[in-house]
Write a protein that binds this ligand. Structure first.
Ligand code: NIG
Ligand code: FE
Length: 417
């Protein structure tokens, strides 16, 4: 046997290789760990994964990458972030400590609206520089594909411009970037009490998103955008061929999960308050549930999403960071794994698909998070040989090396680009 490869990853202690979600297959059964295998790469893609002894003979002249007996996994896919913003909101720490809730801060013109002010004031260069730094850190901590939403301008033209800025960042790479238009992230101060009118204005830019944004999203939450306001907005996006996502049931059960399922959303996200009716509607749909335990944990004002009920109903469950300046101030997904295990009661065998293949499905990119022949060679080498340890040890990053398209892009927590 001769294998045409330019790189060969050897000395792999354990290779995690989750399968993509399929109806009728339990999430834990998507999990696969292999030992004594090597990974051959050609032109940035997986050429073959097979027994190490055979591949060492079959490949010649390739660059050899030693994993040093450690864990190798696909790159992490972060299916929900808001990393395009300026500034930070550290002043909210004390407000929250004194008992202010997320929606109270927002209603007082703070929260999302304070980041909107900072973002509108920032120049494009500043906004790009701050966002680029976050993406660099995310990659250094193991994220290889991520979704980034707009949503901190809240004018139709400004939100459209943010899509263009994200397209610039997508071209820059090395990250793989999915772009979501979240103009309907909050009701801007200029439209206070006129949410439906604001949505009408935003709808006018939907036709211009085609070919630029991958998804249209809305923060559908009682008190922000109501269910019956969200419906025509999302139907309009669908009519134009745009795929949709929804923020739902984050702070109360507003029936958003069922709405998303009925509209054929690619994913419904948050779901902290989703009840059994919502779970039932998701069971009957092809919609992915994206859970954000970092947010429910950080806000610490309510329940975590019903991950067990969703998994038992056979709903594919992804876990994402929700990286944003308010409810989940992080840029990385890896540090959330132990919290997902603890708070969502998910086992490592369920969590690995949740941050790789199921997350890829939530972004319409089945090849992201998967390591089959022809898939992009996006993978990580960890500071452990045990796939359970990243779901167990919290605080510091255990990702040692990040590879995107077969290229080493970060090592020891530092980007190399
Ligand atoms: O997913 N829910 C709305 N959006 C974000 C929070 C954004 C912010 O607070 O700046 C979320 O939690
Ligand atoms: Fe969010």
């Amino acid at each position: 046997m001769i294998v045409d490869a330019d790189s060969l990853v050897v000395d792999i202690g354990a290779l995690v290789r989750p399968g993509e979600p399929r109806p009728g297959v339990r999430q834990r059964d998507l999990f696969l760990v292999e030992r004594h295998v090597a990974l051959a790469i050609k032109d940035g893609r997986v050429a073959v994964i097979g027994p190490e002894s055979e591949l060492r003979r079959a490949v010649s002249g390739a660059r050899v990458i030693s994993a040093g007996g450690r864990l190798v996994t696909p790159g992490l896919v972060d299916a929900h972030t808001h990393l395009l913003f300026a500034g930070q909101r550290a002043h909210e720490v004390a407000l929250k400590a004194r008992g202010a809730t997320y929606l109270e801060i927002l209603a007082a013109g703070g929260g999302i609206l304070s980041t909107v002010r900072a973002t509108r004031e920032a120049s494009d260069a500043e906004l790009l520089a701050q966002t680029r730094n976050r993406l660099r850190t995310a990659v250094a901590h193991g994220t290889t594909r991520l979704e980034v939403k707009t949503g901190y301008d809240l004018t139709p033209a400004g939100e459209l411009h943010q899509v263009a800025l994200l397209e610039d960042l997508r071209r820059e790479g090395p990250w793989r970037l999915t772009i979501t238009f979240l103009g309907a992230h909050a009701v801007p101060e200029e439209y206070r009490g006129r949410a439906a009118e604001f949505l009408q204005e935003l709808m006018r830019v939907h036709p211009k998103l085609v070919g630029h944004a991958d998804f249209v999203d809305i923060f559908q939450e009682p008190g922000v955008f109501e269910r019956e306001e969200a419906r025509p907005y999302l139907e309009d996006a669908r009519k134009r061929g745009l795929a949709i996502k929804l923020h739902v049931d984050e702070l109360a059960d507003g029936g958003g999960a069922a709405l998303g399922a009925a509209l054929g959303a690619t994913s419904v996200d948050h779901l902290a308050h989703t009840g059994s009716a919502g779970v039932e509607r998701l069971r009957e749909s092809a919609t992915v549930a994206v859970l954000l335990p970092g947010t429910s944990g950080y806000l610490n004002q309510g329940p975590h999403a019903p991950a067990r009920s969703l998994l038992e109903a056979g709903v594919p469950v992804a876990v994402a960071s929700d990286g944003n300046p308010g409810s989940s101030p992080t840029v990385a997904l890896a540090p959330i794994l132990p919290w997902a295990a603890s708070w969502l009661h998910m086992e490592p065998e369920e969590l690995w698909p949740a941050v790789t293949t199921v997350a890829g499905a939530a972004l319409g990119h089945p090849e992201s998070g998967r390591l089959e022949r022809g898939d992009p060679a996006d993978f990580l080498i960890w500071e452990t040989d045990d796939y359970r340890v990243p779901c167990y040890q919290y605080g510091t990053s255990l990702v040692d090396e990040t590879y995107i398209g077969g290229r080493l892009v970060a090592a020891s927590g530092r980007p190399l680009f």
